[in-house]
Structures are given as C-alpha cells and as structure tokens.
Design a binder for this molecule. Structure first.
Ligand code: HEC
Ligand code: HEC
Length: 314
C-alpha cells in the first residue's frame, strides 16, 4: 500500500496538501474563534464618541509614523514607559496603532501623565516644552470642527455604544479636543506601577538644602528653570499649568511652609494622582526630573524657587 502511494504522484500531492490543510485548520483557525484569543482587560471600556473621533485624528495626522503604542516586556522599556503592554488592552482597537518606529517616545502610557492643559499647549507648540523637538505643531486642529454625523457612522460600524446626546455634544468640539481626549485614555486601563507605590507613606527625616542662599546656585537654578519648568509654571514661577511657586506659605494646595527637601522630592519624583508628599495630596501632572537632572541641579532649583519666594541670597 505504502509503495503504491509513492508511485502515484498526483494522489500523493492531493493527500499531502490535504494533510497540511487540516493541520493548519486545527492549529490556526480553530483557536482564532475561541474567546481566549481575544482577551479583554477588566475595566477596559469602548471608546466614547469624542475619543473615537480623536483616534481618527491620530491616524489621519500620521502620529503612528513617529510614535509607537506598545511597551515591550524589557527592563529598559518598562523603566522608561511603565508597565509593558498586555494583549487585553487592545480589545477595542480596530485597527491597532502599535506603530513601528519611535521618532518620538512611546505613548502607550501617556494617558493621565500630564494635565489636559499640558497636552493642548504641547500640541500647539512642542518646542515650548522641548526646544529641539521635531514634532510638528498641531495647533491648527483647534480651528477644525468635528463632523458629528461621520463620527456616528463610525460608532455604528464598530458597534460601540452611544446616546444621541453624546453625538450632539460633538457639535462644538474641535479635532484638537478629540485628540486630547483620545491621548488621555492611552494605557489608563492598566494599573500603573506608580499608583501602587504612591499609597505608601514613609515618615521622613528632613535634609537641609546644601546650596541654600548661594547666589551662583540661584543663577544656575534660574537657567534650569527656564529650560525645564517655565513651560508649565510660567515665567518666574507665576503659575500656568502647574501652580504658582512664589508663595512659600502654600505647598500642594495646603497652607504652611514646608522644608527644602519636600521641594527636592517633588522635583526628583514628580507627582501622580492620589500620591502624597509630606502628608499633602497630589493631583498629578508634575513630571519627575530625577533621571534628567543631577542632585546639585535640583538643589539649585530649590535655591532659585526660594529666591522667588523672597529668601535672601549671599
Ligand atoms: C515627525 C515626528 C512626529 C510626529 C508626526 C508626531 N510626533 Fe509627537 N513627538 C515627537 C517627538 C520627537 C517628541 C518628543 C519631544 C516633544 O515632547 O515634543 C514627541 C512628543 C509627543 C508627546 C509627549 C510625550 C511625552 O510623554 O512627553 C505626545 C503626547 C505626542 N508627541 C503626541 C503626538 C500625536 C498625537 C501626534 C499626531 C497628531 C504626534 N505626536 C505626531 C515626534 C512626532
Ligand atoms: C508638565 C508640566 C510641569 C513641568 C514641566 C513642571 N511642573 Fe512642577 N508641577 C506641575 C503640576 C501640574 C504641579 C501640581 C502637582 C500636583 O498637584 O500633583 C506641579 C507642582 C510643583 C511643585 C509644588 C508646588 C506647590 O506649591 O504645590 C513644585 C515645587 C514644582 N512643581 C517645581 C517644578 C520645577 C522646579 C520644575 C522644573 C524642573 C517643574 N516643576 C516642572 C507641572 C509641571
């Protein structure tokens, strides 16, 4: 029998192709139909009408050519961007916008990293935040209104839930509003590492600023402030996206001066929603500078902030 098959090339080919096809069917297509292959994170919600419109802007403006939306499970990536991407995060993403190239940073954990006002200001003028940024300005999206009918059609095609009021509410929204709403959802279904550590409060030993009152340090701090902080805290710390730094008797919205090292900590670690600094609640939105600035640079900034608050220098 075996000998017979080997001597009949046509029959042999048909049987061989058949065997391979059955194998493919069983190992590839059948698993594709199972729910296990389409995981969904608990807490993940379909996009709202505004967020979906923002996702369209993200695609049409070519953001995926410069930004990825996936953090690989590598130590370097997790330290830079946060928890690595899970399959279950992309349940509602059609198509995926993982991207292939990082000219700009990965955005998989961008949602909630900065306040909305930061996102608007950055889209209008990326170079105000990062002087050598090659990201185009997207301020013109502010002049471009959404088309509610088109968004409604898209919601229907994807089967996402919405109410007539959701669609009506789009009428006075711009494409920039939509883009910001979308960017602020990225990665928010994943529990952040930061949110877990923030719950721990440690009683601390206070350290005095070694550069307190030093005139050169204050000047150096002023330069560092213009480069790193002014975009959010305004010229000379008068306040803008971040609070004013001029009143030494208010820190994180609570009255009362705090020791120098609380300033050091907030600049070094940044803040996150629900975090606590020396017993005061953070709203989030202050980035951490611990990796980009040296210790003495951070103390110089503290010296400069103290000089803005009227502290004397030598
Ligand atoms: C030509 C490449 C390029 C394009 C196109 C581009 N970006 Fe960027 N983007 C960058 C670079 C480079 C940075 C880092 C410097 C900066 O903050 O401006 C950046 C930074 C960002 C940041 C801040 C990330 C962070 O956490 O600091 C966001 C958000 C962002 N881009 C969103 C977008 C969106 C949305 C679009 C599409 C509307 C877009 N970018 C298009 C290159 C690009
Ligand atoms: C992306 C915008 C942004 C940048 C850039 C930024 N900050 Fe902040 N900063 C904030 C926000 C928002 C808060 C409020 C934080 C909160 O409520 O959790 C804050 C809070 C602070 C506070 C606490 C002030 C108070 O009285 O509540 C200090 C001090 C501070 N920032 C210093 C700095 C310094 C110094 C730099 C530059 C090295 C800097 N920040 C850069 C946004 C920013």
């Amino acid at each position: 029998m075996a000998k017979n098959i080997y001597s009949k090339p046509v029959l042999f080919t048909i049987l061989a192709v058949g065997t391979v096809l059955v194998g493919t069917l069983v190992t590839t297509f059948i698993p594709m139909m199972t729910a296990q292959m389409h995981p969904k994170l608990a807490g993940l919600k379909p996009y709202t009408a505004l967020q979906l419109a923002g996702r369209d802007v993200y695609q049409s403006e070519g953001c995926p050519f410069c930004h990825t939306q996936t953090v690989r499970p590598l130590k370097t990536e997790v330290e830079r961007y946060g928890a690595y991407s899970k399959a279950g995060e992309f349940y509602y993403d059609r198509p995926f916008l993982w991207g292939t190239k990082r000219t700009g940073p990965d955005l998989a954990r961008e949602g909630g990293k900065y306040p909305d006002a930061w996102q608007y200001a950055h889209f209008k003028d990326p170079r105000a935040f990062s002087p050598h940024s090659i990201m185009p300005s997207f301020g013109w999206l502010q002049d471009s209104k959404l088309d509610p009918a088109q968004v409604q059609t898209h919601m229907n095609v994807l089967g996402f839930p919405y109410t007539p009021a959701d669609i009506q509410a789009l009428a006075d929204k711009t494409r920039l509003d939509a883009l910001v709403a979308y960017v602020q959802t990225l990665g928010t279904a994943v529990t952040r590492k930061a949110a877990v550590t923030a719950a721990v409060t440690v009683k601390k030993v206070h350290i005095k600023n070694p550069l307190a009152g030093n005139h050169e340090a204050a000047e150096r701090g002023e330069r560092l402030f213009e480069q790193n902080c002014e975009a959010c805290h305004g010229k000379k710390g008068v306040g803008y996206i971040g609070p004013s730094l001029k009143d030494k008797n208010v820190f994180l919205y609570v009255k009362g001066n705090v020791p120098d090292d609380d300033y050091f900590d907030i600049i070094h670690n940044g803040t996150r929603e629900g975090g606590v600094e020396d017993g005061r609640k953070e709203k989030g939105g202050m980035p951490s500078f611990g990796e980009t600035l040296k210790k003495d640079e951070i103390w110089s900034l503290v010296t400069y902030i103290r000089s803005l608050q009227g502290e004397k220098e030598e």
